[in-house]
Design a protein around this ligand. Structure first.
Ligand SMILES: [Zn+2]
Length: 103
């Protein structure tokens, strides 16, 4: 989706305000993370999209929607599924396993 160019000046600290119209159009709120990169002479800004490691569903990056484990995002739904399938907190591999020393 293209839009007409908007002129903004970079302030002395290197900041540029995103026009309200563009933030509304793309659903960008205050404190949302953006990726920034350069393509030739153009500076590209894109809303950071985080996908769940297991189900691939996209999510925001707000803490209440999941957790980041080892640098990978896992959504709340997959965390709950893992809890159910692991017997409520104990890993499945530990259920019914007897120790060799008989304890
Ligand atoms: Zn998931």
């Amino acid at each position: 989706m293209d839009s007409a160019p908007v002129m903004r000046r970079v302030d002395r600290l290197g900041r540029v305000a995103l026009p309200n119209r563009i933030r509304r159009q793309l659903g960008i709120a205050g404190h949302d993370p953006l990726e920034i990169w350069v393509n030739g002479e153009a500076i590209i800004l894109q809303r950071l999209t985080v996908r769940c490691l297991f189900c691939g569903r996209g999510a925001g990056v707000r803490q209440q929607e999941g957790v980041v484990l080892g640098g990978k995002f896992v959504c709340r739904s997959c965390i709950e599924q893992a809890r159910r399938e692991s017997g409520g907190g104990r890993p499945r591999a530990e259920i019914g396993v007897r120790r060799r020393d008989g304890e």
